[in-house]
Design a protein around this ligand. Sequence first.
Ligand code: NAP
Length: 474
Amino acid sequence: MNREILINVAYIAASILFILGLKMLGRQHTARRGNLLSSVGMLLAIVVTLLDRHVVNYTWIFAGLGIGTVAGVVCARLVKMTSMPEMVALLNGFGGLASLIVGAAEYLRLRAGTVSSETLVFTHGVVFAAIVIGGVTFNGSLYAFGKLAELLSGRAKLFRGQQILNGGMVLATLGAGVGFALSGDAGVVLVCFAVFTVLALALGWTLVMPIGGGDMPVVISMLNSLSGLAACAAGFVIENNVLIVAGCLVGTSGIILTAIMCKAMNRSLANVLFSGFGSVPPTAGGEAVGEAMEGELKPISAEETFSVLESARQVVVIPGYGMAVSQAQHVVRELAELLEANGAEVRFAIHPVAGRMPGHMNVLLAEAGVPYEQLVEMDAINPIMHQMDVAVVIGANDVVNPAAANDQASPIYGMPIIKAHEARIVICLKRGKGAGFSGVENHLFLMPNSRMLYGDAKATLSVVVAELKSLAAC
Ligand code: NAP
């Protein structure tokens, strides 16, 4: 078997490992092994590529590998779980930048005249794709990072004629791409190259600008998909099969995740990208807006909460973004353990868009050591919600808002929710009257069976846990 065939067989093996790994990532109990399997596939792909005869100089490669390894280890150790969306945004961005650089390097090689003219149109086409998609991904991801890290305002920025400007820039980019691929004049080709590179970088900025900070996870997932397509284009540029396959996998999985998030919010991708959702703050004080609600908020103390929970036999915990903010996951796990020791059955009901990134709650609860078996999906808990003695809503708001099901005028109407209001007693932990991401009033808080446990979730739950511990000690 010649070297070329051996390399491609190894690439196929690596691709199979990627696909199996991805499939295993879909279930919590196989996710770690899936991650490992994909990593082995990547190692195989890297080693085979390094042994490939096309590599003539290892110095830069090992320097990059060293710097990348150090940066990766430092980030993995230092970046907090709550900062993961920012981290993912940066990583996506660098993926896009890498594709842009590969495309630009290939263009410089073409200028040196080492590619036959028959393949020039195709090669110029894929160079254009790698640079444009890579440029949009890079700058768009940097902008998303800035919003999530609160270096830039999280508000959607809208101005008159914005979509016309963006549309014009897209057309100009495509026009420059056509000139780049078809023109035989080296001067024209260079100008086109410069134009679409600059426009792609600018588009990354202007396309993300009108999207609110809360929608950044959707944007990041979409940019992640784009970074895959950019890598795929780079794979065509350098004729590397495994890069083409891996790029396609990232591209498709990113777009599937984007679709899942949009569906869970009952919004279309176009609505997320172009509606300017989040351009106006809910109210000056960050309080909720919406139809005036009747009823009153009924506070409950931590001690009273203990008494309610102590006698409960079926408890469901519904975590949301506030649990991540207060970093209450460890005390939540302790609470569940103490309640189980007290004879209760405890479940954790997870909404697909609770928090600010897909799987946000799952990651936090896994970090705290909550057994996977206790996690229940929205569709599984809703039919048995009426059997729950107590629903403990920890920093969740939009994902339990009955207005999504009942109020056709509500901006979140149609979004599937966890029906916490159907439990016998609902205890809602939050600091005050702060709105959720959507800024919409939550009717749940005023329902006759709801009680408000005000304060930072970690602080109030710590009091409940201390009471349960002293009960256990008696
Ligand atoms: P949410 O609706 O944003 O509500 C979070 C609540 O947590 C707030 O009402 C806040 O009230 C409370 N809170 C904040 N800090 C707290 C603390 N330290 N202790 C206790 N409570 C605290 O959260 P959610 O119910 O998880 O819903 C997620 C939202 O994000 C949805 O609208 C979803 O569409 C959107 N979204 C999610 C994703 C994703 O991938 N997960 C992506 C894009 C958009 P106080 O200020 O009164 O404390």
